[in-house]
Design a protein. Structure first.
Length: 260
């Protein structure tokens, strides 16, 4: 988790829409004195602080100054970015390096595009839009049922959010959280009211629904991006959690209906 000072508006140095993956499949960036914010509209592998995360459309990342970030693209890739300096002071917010913005992604994109359109760079409106986006990002998982008090549960949830595309097990999550398998199981149920596996399944299918209705990614690509690459298993999971097949979920929204 990152300590990010947000009591005062940040100093915004640069922002825009980046297009990558056209001429080369890998980029490495390191800004010695600036933080980096990225909001993704593509799927790729992102390596930060020695850990590789599978990002997908709607994911957001924060890179502290001086930390190298490596992007491994899968074709043409577009994202919105901001380079900024936090201003010290106040109680810091604790934010994951990478997380799924979920239903908040369109609002974040609107805020960042509005900031990009504001001029000149450093104007009050531009800074206000970025500051609002950062506050939204800092509180993406602040509400129930994901509000947690124990750091082991918070660490497990942050790891789940950043690695939905990977196979995950409770022992692996326990190792990341620094506790035993059984202890994590007890803590998780006490704080969230559900099991680790049920939470993981719900987050995978919530993410899948978002991608089905808000992106043009193929159904196999969506299944892979939420860690259920077996299409038969993905179809069954969608029926169980979303009330219909992946295609039905997508078509219902396209036709003006909805799913729960």
């Amino acid at each position: 988790m990152l300590r990010l000072a947000l009591a005062q508006p940040p100093e915004v140095v640069n922002l825009g829409a980046g297009v990558h993956g056209v001429h080369r499949s890998r980029d490495v960036f390191q800004l010695p004195d600036l933080w980096q914010l990225h909001l993704y509209s593509y799927s790729a592998d992102l390596t930060l602080d020695g850990t590789t995360y599978a990002v997908a459309p709607g994911f957001v990342s924060l890179t502290p100054a001086g930390m190298p970030v490596q992007f491994d693209y899968r074709g043409r890739s577009e994202h919105l970015y901001v380079h900024f300096r936090p201003r010290p002071g106040g109680e810091p917010s604790y934010v994951p390096l990478v997380q799924d913005a979920g239903a908040a992604a369109p609002l974040l994109a609107e805020l960042l595009r509005s900031a990009i359109e504001a001029s000149p760079t450093g104007s009050a409106r531009m800074v206000a839009e970025v500051w609002t986006a950062l506050w939204r990002i800092a509180h993406l998982n602040a509400g129930p049922p994901d509000r947690t008090g124990h750091p082991a549960v918070a660490a497990a949830i942050a790891y789940i959010e950043a690695n939905l595309a990977r196979p995950l097990t409770v022992p692996e999550l326990a190792r990341e959280a620094g506790v035993s398998h059984n202890h994590l199981t007890r803590l998780f149920h006490a704080e969230t009211g559900t099991t680790v596996i049920a939470y993981l399944r719900r987050r995978r299918l919530t993410r899948a629904r978002h991608l089905l209705v808000a992106s043009t990614l193929s159904i196999p690509a969506i299944a892979a991006s939420v860690g259920i690459p077996d299409l038969q298993a993905f179809n069954k999971a969608c029926h169980r959690e979303l009330g219909g097949s992946p295609r039905a979920v997508r078509n219902a929204v396209a036709a003006g209906g909805g799913t729960t």
